[in-house]
Ligand binder design. Structure first.
Ligand SMILES: C[S@@+](CC[C@H](N)C(=O)[O-])C[C@H]1O[C@@H](n2cnc3c(N)ncnc32)[C@H](O)[C@@H]1O
Length: 306
């Protein structure tokens, strides 16, 4: 706990307004457990679990049928990993593709896609049919995305390298849109303390502005009746509830509850003098101690069907 305070005092002070519980700080300082998702494009869940169980202790992720926590060292040295039968993916990050309700044959936009954990998960749910436009703005990350798509056998994907805001021009085209936004990565502090060292309030504010323009572009590109999922792996209200509130205030967007067996807490409806729309209570705000995962935020947005 002292380590958190000493590493970044400004972070510590702000977060005492968001969650001042002892458990929050304890779990922030505790290393993250590993988890993976079976790539059902290439393998049966039962077969992979049977093979890996002889070397590792596995525990089902309660909210994803093909997701497992793994205990013990060496999972990334297995043939299952090398052959793309499993994707190492944090358990809370498996939630957005589930919330998006993708179906085979749909046209889907993954606006900030690299390294492709959620793209490949959606590809599996779509049984490699329809089309996913997987976009990212950064060239080196595009290469990682392409190599993951290849390794995991996702062939219903086209990759683009654009600023996500570009897609606002494709009015009402997509059945589903995932905006897994660039964020301040507070949820990932459990994975790497560098995110604690790097955290700055002025970056949170800049990211919040970018996220608001990305979500507006995403909403424009969504067809009536379509679903948009907005997610981050951070817990700053300016990057979460405030972004969703911005969308609700400027469009006819509605929110839907996400019904999954995952523990979450009351979203923030007021922060540092700003009040957010009460609808944001329908979002999932997950703190690290809730399920012993990364911190995560997910909102499910629906565009009314005229
Ligand atoms: C949270 S990561 C995405 C993780 C990915 N969805 C996954 O599940 O594997 C956010 C991504 O947003 C990308 N990004 C940053 N600014 C962007 C922008 N303006 N438009 C599109 N992507 C952007 C970053 O390069 C980064 O890869």
């Amino acid at each position: 706990m002292d380590e958190l305070r000493d590493t970044n005092r400004a972070f510590f002070d702000k977060y005492s307004e968001i969650d001042d519980s002892r458990e929050f700080l304890e779990f922030m300082a505790k290393p993250l457990r590993q988890s993976f998702r079976v790539n059902t494009l290439k393998a049966e869940v039962g077969e992979v679990v049977e093979r890996l169980s002889s070397h590792f202790e596995l525990e089902q992720v309660p909210w994803v049928e093909e997701g497992f926590f793994v205990y013990g060292e060496g999972i990334t040295n297995t043939p299952e990993f090398s052959l793309g039968l499993i994707f190492m993916q944090e358990a809370s990050s498996m939630i957005p593709p589930l919330a998006l309700d993708v179906e085979p044959g749909m046209l889907v936009l993954d606006m900030a896609a690299s390294p492709g954990a959620k793209t490949t998960q959606m590809s599996a749910y779509m049984e490699n049919t329809g089309c996913i436009i997987a976009n990212d703005v950064k060239y080196p990350r595009i290469n990682t995305l392409i190599s993951n798509l290849q390794k995991f056998g996702a062939v219903n994907v086209r990759v683009t390298m654009k600023d996500g805001r570009y897609f606002g021009r494709f009015r009402e085209k997509f059945d589903r849109i995932l905006l897994d936004a660039p964020c301040s990565n507070v949820g990932m502090i459990r994975k790497n303390y560098k995110y604690l060292k790097l955290w700055r309030q002025r970056d949170v504010e800049a990211l919040s502005r970018l996220q608001k323009s990305l979500i507006m572009a995403a909403y424009k590109a969504l067809r009536p009746g379509g679903v948009l999922v907005y997610s981050t792996c951070t817990l700053d209200p300016e990057e979460n509830e405030e972004v969703v509130d911005y969308l609700l205030s400027n469009t006819d967007a509605r929110l839907e509850r996400i019904d999954l067996p995952v523990k979450s807490r009351e979203p923030v409806t007021e922060f540092r003098g700003k009040r957010y729309d009460e609808e944001v209570r329908k979002c999932l705000r997950i703190h690290p101690q809730d399920n012993d995962t990364e911190g995560f935020f997910v909102a499910k947005v629906v565009k009314p069907d005229e």
